[in-house]
Ligand binder design. Structure first.
Ligand code: GFB
Length: 403
């Protein structure tokens, strides 16, 4: 009891300091805020957009309101919003720029900074509503809450918009022009404290200059620990190759677009943003089982030769559909290699484990693979892509090396 009496003033001081710090961080930013709905695509797309939005917020010197991740569950009509910090820590982002969780902003600051009567949604130009009766030719509108996930996203924080603002012809590339200054002079923070975008203020795929911001996206303790536990407890001791097999039916259909495109989704990550490393070809998108086994064996053999002290003992497979566990186990058993997957589908844990593998083979077209590649690049870990370079080109360059 005596001990507690002595310590009480200190405990009081610590509590007050912590409380004061928490509130100090939530002071109004006079430079304004930026918020948006990650309304396009699933995680890989949203992550690309997030990096661009972060760079854009910094360019405009506004605090970025961290949106929740938008998720879609089978059989559910409305998207689910998952808080940003469920998957990623907030603090490392602050090394780059000011950010605040959307729930913190709405709970502590919105009444003051963004009263209900001043909530304006931003879109490039009029967005027509799917419900014809809502489209008034005299009053063009962003219809920011029309459809899924648009409605459910803003509903999560009870946000309604009273007006629309069309920002065209401004755009989001703050790296190559005076675009940021143009935004600032058209929408100064004093009269526009919050810019709320109907979709992400960023390009897809992620702009080359923004790729390196990935280093500020660090997994939350829950995912870091779960990935470490899986690697320690389930995989055999020794190095492992992480592979991403993107082969669900949506992917099969998406790959049909290869024939009429220069780029598809994340393809600039291997082909270059200007196709400087080649044109798109079908196998880059969808590989045969035989070519997957061939490339995996080749990679393992190469590592055995070049890094005899860190021999590969297992393969970890992440997939949206067919993990090929049976085929891979049969193909690799003679090399003494076991093949593993998570017992239950978890796209985020799959990503966190792939990020930690000794070697990674991903799908160049997939933005889900692109997330892993960027994370690994930021740590200097090696990554490769399925069927890249093209088999023919690879053979030619090998022959050239041998000459
Ligand atoms: O992330 P995402 O935009 O990547 O969408 P792509 C694919 C989603 O499929 C992921 C699941 O967010 C996951 O929910 N998924 C993919 C996986 N791979 C895995 C995996 O290895 N493990 C687990 N557990 N889940 C494109 C989109 O997807 O797909 C396009 O960019 C379009 O917008 C196209 O929808 C058909 O870039 O691969």
């Amino acid at each position: 009891m005596q001990w507690l009496k002595l310590k009480l003033p200190f405990i009081y001081l610590i509590c007050t300091a912590t409380w004061a710090t928490a509130w100090a961080n939530l002071e109004r930013d006079p430079n304004g805020y930026l918020t948006y709905c990650p309304c396009m695509g699933r995680f890989g797309n949203q992550a690309d957009h997030f990096l661009g939005s972060l760079a854009f917020a910094k360019g405009l010197n506004r605090t970025l309101i961290l949106p929740p991740w938008v998720e879609y569950r089978k059989g559910e009509m409305r998207s689910r919003q998952v808080p940003f910090n469920t998957y990623f820590d907030v603090e490392p982002l602050k090394d780059y720029h000011r950010v605040i969780l959307m729930s913190d902003f709405m709970w502590h600051l919105a009444d003051d900074v963004w009263p209900e009567s001043e909530r304006v949604s931003f879109c490039y130009m009029e967005r027509k509503s799917l419900q014809q009766e809502k489209n008034d030719p005299d009053q063009p509108n962003c219809h920011a809450k029309d459809g899924n996930p648009f409605g459910p996203f803003w509903d999560t924080y009870n946000i309604d918009f009273v007006k629309s603002e069309f920002y065209g012809p401004l755009h989001f590339d703050v790296h190559h022009s005076t675009m940021a200054t143009k935004w600032q002079s058209k929408y100064p923070a004093e009269s526009w404290p919050v810019l709320a975008f109907t979709g992400a203020p960023a390009s897809f795929p992620v702009q080359l200059e923004n790729r390196e911001l990935q280093k500020h996206m660090q997994w939350s303790a829950k995912y870091r620990d779960a990935a470490r536990d899986f690697i320690r407890k389930v995989l055999p001791r020794g190095a492992f190759v992480g592979i991403h097999l993107r082969n669900g039916i949506d992917w099969v259909r998406a790959c049909e677009h290869v024939k009429d495109s220069q780029h598809l989704f994340a393809s600039p990550q291997c082909l270059g943003y200007k196709n400087e490393r080649g044109a798109l070809y079908p196998e880059l998108c969808m590989q045969t089982k035989e070519s997957i086994v061939r490339q995996l064996k080749r990679t393992i053999k190469n590592v055995r030769q070049t890094q005899p002290n860190n021999e590969i003992k297992s393969v970890f497979v992440a997939s949206d559909a067919n993990h090929m566990i049976g085929e891979l186990n049969v193909a690799l058993s003679r090399m003494g290699i076991s093949v593993h997957r998570l017992p239950e589908d978890d796209p985020y844990l799959d990503l966190a484990i792939l990020g930690q593998s000794n070697h990674f083979i991903g799908n160049c077209i997939s933005s889900y693979s692109a997330f892993v590649k960027r994370e690994r690049d930021s740590h200097g870990f090696p990554s490769y892509f399925w069927s890249f370079p093209k088999e023919k080109d690879r053979q030619q360059s090998k022959a050239h090396e041998e000459l």
